[in-house]
Ligand binder design. Structure first.
Ligand code: PSU
Ligand code: MN
Length: 329
């Protein structure tokens, strides 16, 4: 019953996509490696691309994107990096597409609200967590790995700068594997907002502490904890079987050996937040500005930590996708 419900929900996504795909004017392009894996019920891991276009400088963005795909493959799953290329939403990018997004300085940051405009104009861009969740859901991919998600910004109660990633988690049944949220955000309010939107939040590992991206602990607790891929997969399978239509946030702490620079990075974040506000940076530009500033101040240490945690998330996320595939097939 449990398996049947999950499988039906995933199949529905794939069928919807395939029927769109069959039309000549399809807005979706599923890479053959991804459609084959889906057709054979093999584990697939969705990956985002704003991290490539806006999250890291060239050439680290390209090498990280390729390394993450290689890690997913080594764990026995198929990577499906999502991005928008000339007005089409691609689920699974070729190496030429990856290279194009990584090098192109004018690529847009594409969130849910940007999709209609970018598609209608035939533009290209990196998809954020929210837009990637939409594409993954349409394709029938239940597991998605990223570095960090957006959240409620500090002073968000006044500015209402709350990432669309959070509302997407409330409305789209995808499991997002991330290292939590950066301390540039208001972590307490981010967790409150996720609760309001009915998002199941679980820390992965030996502690319940919700991780803060560069630091394994934020001082806030997750409502749930899972200690291995099977437990995580059971949470995802339960969400699908219940037909909840909301997502799951699996928060994987940065490995201890890469968290050593946490304090220095933390101080750089404080300085970058102050500078962003002094320079009047707002809206979609805030996160990329702060990421770049923190990398500058820490002389690349934040970038190294960022890369290490994404690699770790890719490993854990792929193991979860494999366990889920066993659970529901
Ligand atoms: N947090 C990070 N690195 C990132 C992002 C967030 O640590 O690259 C990107 C993700 O693509 C995320 C987006 O979905 O920024 C959120 O942007 P905003 O805060 O504007 O919603
Ligand atoms: Mn915002």
């Amino acid at each position: 019953m449990f398996k049947r419900a999950c499988t039906l929900i995933l199949r529905r996504g794939i069928t919807t996509l395939q029927s769109k795909w069959n039309k000549n004017d399809s807005l979706f392009r599923v890479h053959p490696s991804v459609s084959q894996a889906l057709a054979e019920n093999k584990p697939v891991v969705a990956l985002e691309s704003t991290i490539i276009t806006h999250g890291m400088p060239y050439p680290y963005n390209l090498s990280t994107a390729k390394d993450v795909e290689a890690i997913v493959r080594a764990e026995g799953a198929t990577p499906a990096t999502v991005g928008v290329i000339e007005g089409k939403v691609h689920v699974g990018l070729s190496s030429d597409d990856l290279e194009h997004l990584a090098r192109c300085k004018t690529s847009l940051k594409v969130s849910r609200r940007d999709l209609p405009f970018v598609i209608s104009k035939g533009l290209s861009g990196g998809t954020t967590v929210s837009a990637t969740m939409i594409a993954a859901h349409q394709a029938g991919i239940p597991v998605f790995v990223t570095g960090g998600i957006g959240g409620v910004h500090r002073d968000g109660e006044k500015s209402l700068d709350i990432s669309a990633d959070l509302t997407e988690l409330g409305r789209t049944p995808i499991a997002v594997v991330s290292a939590g949220v950066k301390s540039i955000l208001d972590i307490g309010r981010t967790l409150e907002f996720l609760e309001t939107h009915g998002v199941c939040v679980a820390t992965y590992g030996s502690s319940k502490d919700f991780p803060a991206f560069f630091s394994p602990k934020s001082g806030f607790s997750s409502p749930c904890q899972v200690t291995n891929p099977v437990e995580a997969a059971k949470i995802i399978a339960s969400t699908l079987s219940l037909g909840l239509q909301s997502g799951v946030l699996l928060a994987v702490p940065i490995p201890e050996e890469h968290a050593a620079e946490g304090q220095q990075i933390e101080e750089a974040i404080q300085a970058a937040v102050i500078e962003a506000s002094a320079k009047g940076i707002t809206g979609r530009d805030v996160t990329p500005f702060i990421l770049q500033k923190v990398n500058e101040i820490t002389e690349g240490k934040s970038l190294q930590a960022n890369i290490a945690l994404i690699h770790n998330n890719a490993r854990v996320g792929s193991q979860i996708a494999c366990a889920l595939s066993q659970e529901i097939n």
